[in-house]
Design a protein around this ligand. Structure first.
Ligand SMILES: Clc1cnc2c(Nc3ccc(N4CCOCC4)cc3)nc(-c3cccnc3)cn12
Length: 273
């Protein structure tokens, strides 16, 4: 039973400190005045939207994120606008960006990495069931709630479609070969990205990082994957990464196979924490 979509406005919120800057605007801590409920308020300037021509993409993002209900997907409760800004009322992730945790500790334990991989696989399986390809799962878009549970935060590049997509998106390090070679891509794109993320969770750096953009492209195209000797990572973890970072998209492990992989079964905490 849907709560009636009420019309929100800025006067319904006490706006607090900025939480961070996104690409097209800022995110603020805010409290809904009547319920005292804490939310994150993402503010995007119409000027910026026009300049980057992201109006359609933003509307698509909001349609998509509003319709998704999953413990590992950040809720979008609603939105409103005034003359110069669009406001998105988002679930507040109390422990901020997973990125910060990764930078603070250098790399994650195998148990923590496997737990986040399981949460991601379950969230993406849910998205794919609803024909949503996220395409931009990178640490900056991953947030942690008050219990440390992973939340996919930003659906900025998500698309709702079955057809192959051609728009270039994502940070270089996360681009899959089919995107670098500008072939079409589909759901398997998120599986490639999970391989990149798993590697980065365990080693603290993405696998194809290189001095120049060109070198990164070359390493991605050749899937030039090597595992440093430290930190020591289990063979099962390397096996999972090796089965995701596969050039032929049709040969990558499916989300279901990720969930059933021995390394995940052995190390992931099903509670997501
Ligand atoms: Cl959407 C959305 C929902 N919740 C958040 C959030 N939450 C959040 C919580 C806590 C801390 N702090 C915890 C103590 O140490 C200092 C940081 C930061 C962000 N951050 C961002 C964001 C966006 C861009 C850059 N940087 C952060 C977006 N968010």
């Amino acid at each position: 039973n849907e709560s009636p979509k009420r019309q929100w406005s800025l006067k319904d919120f006490d706006v607090g400190k900025p939480l961070g800057k996104g690409k097209f605007g800022r995110v603020y801590l805010a409290r809904e005045v009547r319920s005292k409920y804490i939310v994150a308020l993402k503010v995007i300037f119409r000027e910026q939207m026009k300049k980057y021509g992201i109006h359609r993409q933003l509307m698509r993002e909001m349609e998509i994120q509003t319709s998704l209900r999953h413990p590992n997907i950040l809720r979008l409760y609603g939105w409103f606008h005034d003359a110069e800004r669009i406001f998105m009322i988002l679930e507040y992730a109390h422990r901020g960006e997973l990125y910060r945790e990764l930078r603070k500790n250098g790399h994650l334990s195998e148990k923590q990495a496997a737990t986040y991989m399981l949460s991601l696989a379950q969230a993406l399986a849910y998205c794919h069931e609803k024909d949503v390809i996220h395409r931009d799962i990178k640490p900056e878009n991953l947030l942690l709630d008050h219990e440390g549970r992973l939340k996919i935060g930003d659906f900025g590049w998500a698309v709702q479609s079955r057809s192959k997509r051609y728009t270039m998106c994502g940070t270089l390090d996360y681009l899959a070969p089919e995107m670098v070679e500008n072939k079409g891509h589909d759901f398997a794109i998120d599986n490639w990205t999970m391989g990149i993320l798993c590697y980065e969770f365990l080693y603290g750096v993405p696998p194809f990082e290189a001095e120049s953009q060109n070198d990164t492209f070359k390493r991605i195209r050749k899937v030039e994957l090597n595992f440093p000797s430290t930190p020591h990572i289990s063979t099962e973890a390397k096996d999972l990464i090796g089965r995701l970072l596969v050039k032929d998209a049709s040969k990558r492990l499916s989300l279901q196979e990720i969930v059933e992989h021995p390394w995940i079964i052995k190390n992931a905490d099903p509670s997501g924490i």
